[in-house]
Design a protein around this ligand. Structure first.
Ligand code: NDP
Ligand code: AKG
Length: 477
């Protein structure tokens, strides 16, 4: 029986024309079919979310805790099953996928607890006898536009705080991952929310996403995805006064100094650049290595890459699954072509890998590139990284900061002096010392600077900034 992934609008599941949901590891066996929502269904979802605003916005903290805790507990209890679905649909290895499902469950539980401690303040007035209270209220109806690369965790870290702080939600997932979106919605549909408080609209970005950006019924928009789409959403939504939060690309540097533990540095580089098939906005796509250890670092990295198994993410022992979609594979292959044409030296990979089934299996690819090569400057979002030498620490720092992006940066060093300097001077939102740039904790702020992000941070207690609006009340008792 073919699995059907439907939209969930005003408490009801809605069908439509069936589109095959591709399995990137086995193109002959789709995961299921999904129904593409149209403008009328998007309008119905926005109307439903606005209709439920009073009920959910005035719900008490215990109701919100109970709903979100239910969702978190069920995701955690079913993390193997949900991880398997994620591995099938997006192509992360089973271990990574189960880890992501667990992370999504923990995020719902974190924000369940946050619903019980929505912050406020009481201050003295400069006027005698007057009290001032600062309270936080829901923003209203939140539109959530999510990407495909973390199809459980990213929706979780947007939906959970939106609901915890009393907002209603219209969630538009990426078209590449309707099954994961449906699985989250199916659990939320049984969590005791009023009809319309949470809506899932599976549809095309240029139809459903564009409508969320344009529609006056959407008070705030949280987006993760590419820079061009993010900027378009920003312009459209801010023109009408909506609150906007964007998480976009990265071209994250990992600096390796001569005093680093080289085995640890190679591990950080390979994990950060290639695990999850390099499809992380936090991926270490630029490896900047002090010249005295450059040759040794490159030799050890190539040896490590040669030992990685590329294949079906459900198979034990596989380190890297397929690229998530044919569109992303085309992008990756075009950058491999560009790298070669611009004169970057292909050190490893560059080709497709034959597996038992026909899928988007691409070898991890390493270029020795100049800082101005496009493979060193533009986000590729696949298993393709650039390595380059630096004269010394100062040069490495300058190369690390020489980018339009500012999501995260890492350094491998045993020097407290350089680690401390780098933490202070890397122009990013997140900085890692002796750790891969990718793989963050879920209870602390996530986000970047420069062209990577816009608006308040996501995750942890900082999420309250985006999902609430502050009210200042003056009382003369
Ligand atoms: N920072 C990150 O985490 C991510 C970065 N990327 C970057 O983006 C590149 C392309 O990936 P892609 O999936 O196409 O990214 P997009 O930015 O196109 O997609 C992200 C989300 O935006 C939606 N969307 C598309 N067009 C519009 C629109 N006009 N208005 C509103 N929403 C829209 C998409 O829907 P739909 O899927 O239906 O098109 C999806 O839900 C990658 O190669 C990578 O560089 C991608 C994913 C995550
Ligand atoms: O590296 C991580 O843990 C998170 C990465 C992420 O959120 C992304 O790629 O969009």
């Amino acid at each position: 029986m073919t699995l059907q992934f439907k939209s969930y609008i005003n408490g009801e599941w809605l069908g439509g024309n069936g589109v095959a949901d591709e399995n990137p590891s086995d193109l002959a066996t789709p995961v299921g079919e999904y129904a593409l929502a149209d403008v009328a269904q998007t309008q119905a979802a926005i109307d439903a979310a606005n209709g439920a605003r009073a009920a959910w916005g005035m719900s008490n903290p215990q109701q919100r805790f109970d709903a979100l805790d239910f969702v978190g507990s069920e995701i955690l209890a079913r993390k193997e099953e949900l991880g398997r679905l994620l591995a099938l649909e997006e192509g992360k290895t089973l271990g990574e996928s189960i880890g992501e499902a667990a992370r999504a469950g923990q995020i719902f539980k974190f924000f369940a607890a946050e619903a019980l401690r929505i912050p406020g303040e009481k201050l003295a007035s400069t006027r005698p006898g007057v009290d001032i209270e600062l309270t936080r209220e829901p923003v209203g109806t939140v539109g959530i536009i999510a990407p495909w690369n973390f199809p459980l965790a990213i929706p979780a870290w947007k939906i959970a705080p939106a609901l915890a702080y009393g907002n209603t939600v219209v969630f538009k997932p990426a078209e590449t991952v309707p099954a994961c979106a449906w699985a989250i919605a199916e659990i939320i549909s049984r969590a005791g929310l009023p009809a319309g408080a949470f809506n899932l609209v599976i549809g095309a970005g240029r139809v459903v996403g564009q409508m969320l950006a344009e529609h006056p019924g959407i008070d705030a928009l949280s987006f993760t995805g590419s820079v061009p789409t993010g900027n378009r959403v920003l312009q459209t939504a801010t023109r009408r006064g909506a609150k906007v939060q964007l998480e976009m690309g990265g071209k994250n540097p990992l600096v390796v100094l001569a005093d680093a533990d080289l085995d640890q540095a190679v591990e950080c580089a390979v994990n950060g650049a290639y695990f999850s098939t390099g499809q992380r906005c936090t991926a270490s796509s630029r490896l900047i290595v002090e010249k005295s250890v450059y040759d040794e670092f490159v030799a050890r990295t190539i040896k490590r890459l040669s030992g990685l198994k590329i294949g079906n993410p459900l198979e034990a022992g596989v380190h890297i699954g397929p690229v998530a979609s044919s569109a992303q594979l085309d992008t990756d292959l075009s950058y491999i072509r560009i790298g070669r044409e611009e004169g970057a030296e292909l050190l490893f990979g560059g080709d497709m890998v034959e597996c038992a089934t026909k899928g988007h299996f691409l070898a991890p690819t390493l270029f020795a590139a100049k800082p101005d090569h496009r493979v060193s400057r533009e986000e590729i979002f696949g298993p393709v990284a650039a390595v380059m030498p630096a004269d010394d620490y100062e040069h490495a720092l300058a190369l690390a900061n020489d980018t339009e992006f500012g999501l995260c940066a890492g350094i491998c060093t045993t020097s407290l002096k350089y680690a401390s300097h780098f933490k202070r001077h890397a122009q990013v939102g997140m900085v890692m010392v002796n750790l891969p740039t990718a793989g963050v904790d879920a209870h602390v702020p996530f986000g970047g600077r420069k062209g990577s992000s816009y608006g308040p941070r996501e995750q942890g207690r900082y999420a309250v900034e985006f999902y609430t609006t502050v009210k200042t009340a003056y009382t003369l008792p």
